[in-house]
Design a binder for this molecule. Structure first.
Ligand code: ZN
Length: 242
């Protein structure tokens, strides 16, 4: 899921991220269930031939991708909704999931620490409570209480997607993902790692795939190995380092 992607029209990177902070995000144009516990196949958008699916419902993202040069993509997490022990566990699982995507794509990620993040569901955005806008590409991750979210309720346990793209450079520069607390504290390590791979895949720009051997399959599985379509997809949206 990646509604509310903000398109920005300048290539000056720091200026772009500052602009993201002051200009309201557009309202979500589409909303559909994300990773769900029941065996419900996502019906939004057909999977293209070749078993790769990216940018399903955001034209602004067409031919866009991530770079991690010269600096890695920074990521912050807000685990304030979790106990200390649960936070440590989930941080380890998130690191593990990002390492898998790093291995597949070459994209580098740098953990930038805990941050108090404010979740605005109307724009599916996470922003820092202290107002700070990092001058680098970044991903924000947070844990949301069941019942406090319309997007994360019932069988839906996670959401993720890019949140800003530099239109001229076709470069995704920020992304968000949120996870439901009651699910992640109960789920097995394998199931929660599968969820993180999936939502981080969306954050990187991947859509759903129909193959249950893919982590981008639209329902929760215990798949913790990236499938061929996942790998092909993330490689296609990784911008090469000079
Ligand atoms: Zn999904």
């Amino acid at each position: 899921m990646w509604s509310a992607v903000r398109t920005v029209g300048t290539v000056a990177f720091a200026a772009v991220l500052a602009a993201v902070g002051v200009v309201g995000l557009q309202a979500p144009s589409t909303s559909h269930p994300d990773v769900v516990l029941a065996a419900v196949l996502d019906r939004h958008g057909a999977e293209p031939s070749g078993g790769v699916s990216i940018f399903a419902d955001e034209p602004a993202l067409n031919n866009s991708g991530w770079a991690s040069c010269p600096d890695p993509i920074a990521w912050n997490v807000d685990t304030s909704g979790l106990s200390k022990a649960a936070a440590a566990r989930q941080l380890a699982n998130l690191r593990w999931a990002l390492a898998q995507w790093n291995r597949a794509s070459g994209l580098e990620f740098r953990y930038a620490g805990e941050a108090a993040l404010v979740y605005d569901e109307s724009t599916f955005s996470l922003t820092r409570a202290d107002g700070y806008v990092p001058p680098e590409r970044h991903i924000y991750l947070s844990f949301i209480a069941d019942g406090s979210s319309r997007l994360l309720g019932g069988a839906t346990v996670g959401q993720g997607g890019p949140s800003a793209v530099i239109a001229a450079a076709r470069e995704i520069v920020t992304a968000n993902a949120v996870f439901r607390i009651d699910h992640v504290v109960r789920a097995s390590t394998r199931a929660v790692r599968s969820l993180y791979l999936h939502e981080l895949g969306h954050a990187l720009g991947l859509a759903h795939l129909r193959s249950s051997r893919s982590v981008m399959y639209p329902t929760v599985t215990d798949q913790v190995r990236l499938g061929a379509g996942d790998i092909k997809g993330v490689r296609s949206l990784t911008k090469p380092c000079p």
